[in-house]
Each structure stands twice: as structure tokens, then as C-alpha cells.
Design a protein around this ligand. Structure first.
Ligand code: NAI
Length: 328
């Protein structure tokens, strides 16, 4: 029997986690032979919801769930964590601008970064999902100076999956046949879903689609605005099950590796690749191997690509400047 892996999850009584936790406990993320301990964090007001969640997790009698902790203290939640999924965040209230959301979430991720720095396993893998995910990930890693910045990532996998699914539907091909999709940048409307390197059986996807108008007018905006379309369709509730699924996909690739001749999109600390200056959490195409990611190098970019990528970078810089006073 393998020893259990400690998985900390924040926002545990929220919508995404209502889908996520049961799938993790069933073995969908780490495999059917990997015992886990769930260390769940939410705010004190969530206590009654925690009680119900715990009862349901118990009632599933998951063979792999060997421990379960619920707490409102990040230092307890992140103690010895091997994996930390930072899903919890303040939701965007009515009349709240993105700037207000950043200000409201900054202190949460400062505190959680400090707690990870103090008590998590030194090899912890941290995925930030709570929005604005890229900048929250930046805040978290800046507050964890003793941990390797490469242990931190922000989730763009839902956008990546949305892009794969749009192409699969357009071409009536299986999702698994599509390789080398990219979503660059910020998890926001400025993200740039980029088909220009994607292939099916070594054929460029753009050639197979042969419809630039569809790519520019349908594919790109559909992926960029999908989150809002789902909120409208679900009468105000955001994408939860698909976000949970993307969390599982992101962590599986990071831990077990991306498949041969393919890559994925991950929000990670930029290192200057592709003209994106160092010091923002930006989504790049990455391959993963032995629990480490590497940015795919050497892809040719058109001027159009560069402009789109720059726009998302500039948005991230604006976001950072909004919260910079919280970091100093
Ligand atoms: P939700 O509002 O249902 O749940 C959020 C949970 O976070 C609540 O239980 C709340 O009490 C908790 N929370 C708030 N402050 C906390 C703190 N300081 N510590 C621990 N928990 C705290 O939201 P939902 O639908 O579960 O989404 C969670 C986040 O994920 C949101 O910010 C959402 O915008 C984001 N999201 C990100 C996606 C991505 O692709 N990166 C996709 C979908 C959602």
C-alpha cells in the first residue's frame, strides 16, 4: 500500500469543490491505488456546510480516503501538504470591478502564501484556481519565498479544454486526436487561444479547418467568453464541474507528465520566453516530465500572435500594479 498523499483544498464548501472533492477521493486525480488525506479549508461561516460535506464524503465510503480534516486555519490546512489546490476566493459581487476583486482577494492569497511557506511540504505543488487566478498565483508565490516559484501555477486548463472541444466539434474528430493547442496569457477575456501550432495526425488544424473567419469570429471569442456564457446559461452559477475536471487534468499532467508529442497550457512564472518579460504568471505551452514543467521553446510567432500575447501581458501588469501596495 502506498503512503497517503496530503491534498489541501481551499474553498472546500463552494461549487467547484462539490464536484472536485468526490472525484479526487474516488481516485480520478492520482489513481485508484493512491490513498489520500484531504485537508479542507474554508471560512468560519462555512462551518454548517462543512458538516454536510463531511457526512457526504463519509457516506461514499471511499477506500482511498484515509484522512479528512476541515478547518478555517490555513496553517492547519497546509500542514505537510503535497498538493495545494487554492480554489477558494471572494466572489465578484454586484457593482464590483476587477480592481475591487483584486483588492478583496489580495489579503487571502498573502495569508495563504505565508502559510504554505511555513508549513507545506517543500515540494508542494500549488495550483491557484480562485480568480483572478494568475495574479492570485503571483501573490501566493511572492509570499512563499522559501518555496521554489516553479511549485506554483495558475489554472488555464479549463480554457485549454474549451479550445480542444471547439475544434473537435468543428472537425468531428475525437478530442484526443488534437495536439499542441495553446492558450496564452491571463485567465480572462484577453487570453489568446492559438491554433497555429495545433495538429491532427501531423496535419495543421488550421489547414483542416480552412476557415479563418470561423477561427477569428467564432473559435477565439467563444473560448474567451465561455465562462460568461455558462454563467448566463446556468442562471448566475459559474462553471463548476468543468472547472473541477480541469483541475484534475492540470494536476495529472503536472505529476504524471504530458503525453508524447503534445503539450498543455499552464499559468506559470514567466522567464522571458516569447518576449513576455520575467515576473508575471502567464499561460505558456508546457511539457511536463517527472513532476516538472518546461516551457516549449522555438515556436514561431506572427506579428498578430505577438500583439495578442502582449495585450494579455499588459493586463497582467495592470493587475499587478493594483495589488503591488499589498505586497510591499
Ligand atoms: P464559490 O463561491 O461557490 O465558492 C468559493 C468558496 O471559497 C466559498 O466556499 C467561500 O467560503 C470560500 N472562500 C472564500 N474566502 C476564503 C478563504 N479566505 N479561505 C478559504 N476559502 C474561502 O465559487 P466556485 O464556483 O467554487 O469558484 C471558486 C473560484 O474559482 C472563483 O474565484 C471562480 O471565479 C474561480 N474559477 C476559476 C476558474 C479558472 O479556470 N481558473 C474556472 C471557474 C471558476
Amino acid at each position: 500500500m502506498k503512503s497517503p498523499i496530503r491534498i489541501s483544498v481551499t474553498g472546500a464548501t463552494g461549487q467547484i469543490c462539490y464536484s472536485l472533492l468526490f472525484r479526487i477521493a474516488a481516485g480520478d486525480m492520482l489513481g485508484k491505488d493512491q490513498p489520500i488525506i484531504l485537508q479542507l479549508l474554508d471560512i468560519p461561516n462555512a462551518r454548517p456546510l462543512f458538516d454536510g460535506l463531511v457526512m457526504e464524503l463519509q457516506d461514499c465510503a471511499f477506500p482511498l480516503l484515509t484522512g479528512l480534516i476541515t478547518t478555517d486555519d490555513p496553517y492547519t490546512a497546509f500542514k505537510d501538504a503535497d498538493i495545494a489546490l487554492l480554489v477558494g476566493a471572494r466572489p465578484r459581487g454586484e457593482n464590483m470591478e476587477r480592481k475591487d476583486l483584486l483588492e478583496a482577494n489580495g489579503p487571502i492569497f498573502i495569508e495563504q502564501g505565508k502559510a504554505l511557506n511555513a508549513v507545506a511540504n517543500r515540494n508542494v505543488k500549488v495550483l491557484v484556481v480562485g480568480n483572478p487566478a494568475n495574479t492570485n498565483a503571483y501573490i501566493t508565490l511572492k509570499n512563499s519565498p522559501d518555496l521554489n516559484p516553479k511549485n506554483f501555477s495558475a489554472m488555464l486548463r479549463l480554457d485549454h479544454n474549451r479550445a480542444l472541444s471547439q475544434v473537435a466539434r468543428k472537425l468531428s474528430r475525437p478530442v484526443t486526436s488534437i495536439r499542441k493547442m495553446i492558450v496564452w496569457g491571463n485567465h480572462s477575456n484577453t487570453q489568446y487561444p492559438d491554433l497555429s501550432h495545433s495538429e491532427i495526425n501531423n496535419m495543421p488544424v488550421t489547414t483542416l479547418i480552412d476557415d479563418d473567419n470561423w477561427i477569428a469570429k467564432s473559435f477565439v471569442p467563444t473560448v474567451q467568453k465561455r465562462g460568461m456564457a455558462i454563467i448566463e446559461a446556468r442562471h448566475g452559477r459559474s462553471s463548476a464541474a468543468s472547472a473541477a475536471n480541469a483541475i484534475i487534468n492540470h494536476m495529472q499532467d503536472w505529476i504524471f507528465g504530458t503525453r508524447e508529442n503534445d503539450w498543455t497550457s499552464m499559468g506559470i512564472l514567466s522567464d522571458g520566453s516569447y518576449g513576455i518579460p520575467e515576473g508575471v504568471v502567464y499561460s505558456f505551452p508546457v511539457t511536463c516530465n517527472n513532476g516538472h514543467y518546461q516551457i516549449v521553446q522555438g515556436l514561431e510567432l506572427s506579428d498578430f500572435d505577438k500583439r495578442k500575447m502582449q495585450k494579455s501581458y499588459e493586463e497582467l501588469i495592470t493587475e499587478q500594479s493594483t495589488i503591488m501596495h499589498l505586497l510591499t
